[in-house]
Design a binder for this molecule. Structure first.
Ligand SMILES: Nc1ncnc2c1ncn2[C@@H]1O[C@H](COP(=O)(O)OP(=O)(O)O)[C@@H](O)[C@H]1O
Ligand SMILES: [Mg+2]
Length: 386
């Protein structure tokens, strides 16, 4: 029988904090709970570093889950020091953490979370296993391509480790904030966009751990005035690790677009990307082959398959997913990215501009099919509710 989160939560109420005379759930120490088949992962938040306490709590949590839920459950428990979370509680209450006023605040936050992005019709994640394959280039041109059809489009760069949207849209600096402390997205070329890199100091970002990235993304979702949107495109960080897995479960994604280049090393990672989305029940809209072939600037009729031919197209077929299109490797794509003017909005003389228009149309088509055939994706609630 499949394990559910409520069973895990209930089991964890048997784990008492050795000094507080309360259990870890009541103390609001459990975050980012994910249950997948018999695999359970969560974070134990602590107000300060305490190696002995961390080890004790981990052991007790394991014991409780094996005893009350499933003796074969596979557990991955991390610990995190979350100073600000518990400091709040101290100020309000003189004791750590999570009772009274703070827990009321948290409930309000939970309610807000439930209404996450209600004005957005379709949320599309652009992902890849590997970095440098053109994920951000595809995300930006897809967003602008969708906007060309007259749709209302948002673009959010969640890649705090290597944000590229500010350069690709030529918009830097912090976003403005309303009197209600909501962030106002930047607007250009008919799309609203924000990059987490606009708010986070890049040197700081490098030391962020997964749970910090996830909570920052959640905050972005709740605290940005996106307004009504037909499409919100998310540029995900490269890879298929914990950060990506948690991210894709934080937001009710309509579907994912996987970007790969044709060579085997990239395809292996793209395969992992498709598998990750399937595992968490996010429909894969299809695969894009970027840098499919090289077109020399002075010989636009030539095609050189320098990374191999049809690699991503074949992989899409193998994995039973759609092929959304191929984008050539052209100097103008790189130049327009560096200049902050996405090629899809430029002159349609280039093969890549045309290819991005075609890609956007294919994504619209696949979204329509997906929305007709399947229910909206359920957001997996990775928060513990008191
Ligand atoms: N089709 C293409 N033709 C030419 N240059 C490209 C193409 N796609 C991406 N690039 C360039 O390759 C680099 C990496 O692309 P980027 O979109 O930042 O990758 P990722 O987001 O996957 O790390 C950028 O300099 C970008 O301009
Ligand atoms: Mg990128």
């Amino acid at each position: 029988m499949a394990i559910n989160k409520q069973q895990v939560r209930t089991a964890l109420t048997h784990v008492m904090h050795p000094e507080m005379d309360k259990d870890v759930v009541t103390l609001d120490m459990i975050e980012d709970l994910i249950v997948q088949d018999s695999f359970i992962t969560f974070t134990i938040d602590l107000p300060e570093k305490d190696t002995k306490l961390e080890a004790t709590l981990k052991d007790k949590c394991k014991e409780a889950i094996h005893k009350f839920v499933d003796e074969d459950a596979v557990l991955d428990i991390t610990t995190a020091v979350n100073i600000s979370k518990f400091r709040n509680g101290e100020e309000e209450q003189g004791e750590f953490p999570g009772q009274g006023h703070r827990s009321q605040k948290k409930q309000e936050q939970d309610q807000e979370d439930e209404e996450i992005l209600t004005g957005v019709d379709n949320i599309i994640a652009v992902a890849s296993g590997k970095g440098g394959v053109g994920k951000s280039t595809v995300a930006v041109n897809l967003a602008c391509g969708l906007a060309r059809t007259g749709a209302k489009v948002g673009l959010l760069d969640t890649d705090i480790y290597g944000p590229s949207i500010p350069t690709m849209m030529d918009a830097h600096g912090r976003p403005n904030i309303t009197t209600e402390k909501q962030l106002i997205p930047k607007e250009k070329y008919g799309i609203r966009f924000l990059s987490m890199g606009m708010l986070v100091d890049p040197d700081q970002a490098m030391i962020w751990r997964g749970p910090m990235v996830t909570s920052a993304v959640k905050q972005f979702m709740n605290e940005v005035e996106w307004g009504e949107l037909d499409y919100l495109v998310l540029d995900l960080p490269p890879g298929t690790g914990d950060i990506q897995l948690t991210l894709v479960q934080t937001v009710p994604l309509t579907g994912a677009v996987i970007v790969s280049t044709p060579q085997n090393v990239a395809l292996d990672d793209a395969r992992k990307g498709v598998a990750m989305f399937k595992k968490v029940n996010v429909p894969v809209l299809g695969m894009v082959e970027n840098m499919a072939y090289f077109i020399p600037e002075d010989q636009p009729d030539k095609k050189y398959h320098i990374f191999g031919k049809h690699g991503a197209r074949n992989l899409a077929e193998q994995m039973g997913t759609n092929f959304l299109g191929e984008i050539p490797l052209e100097q103008k794509v790189r130049e327009s990215s560096d200049e902050g003017k996405p090629i899809v909005l430029g002159d349609m003389e280039t093969k890549s501009g045309e290819a991005f228009v075609e890609l956007s149309n294919n994504v619209i088509q696949q979204l329509a099919i997906r929305n007709q055939e399947q229910d909206p994706t359920e957001k997996i609630d990775i928060k513990i509710k008191p």
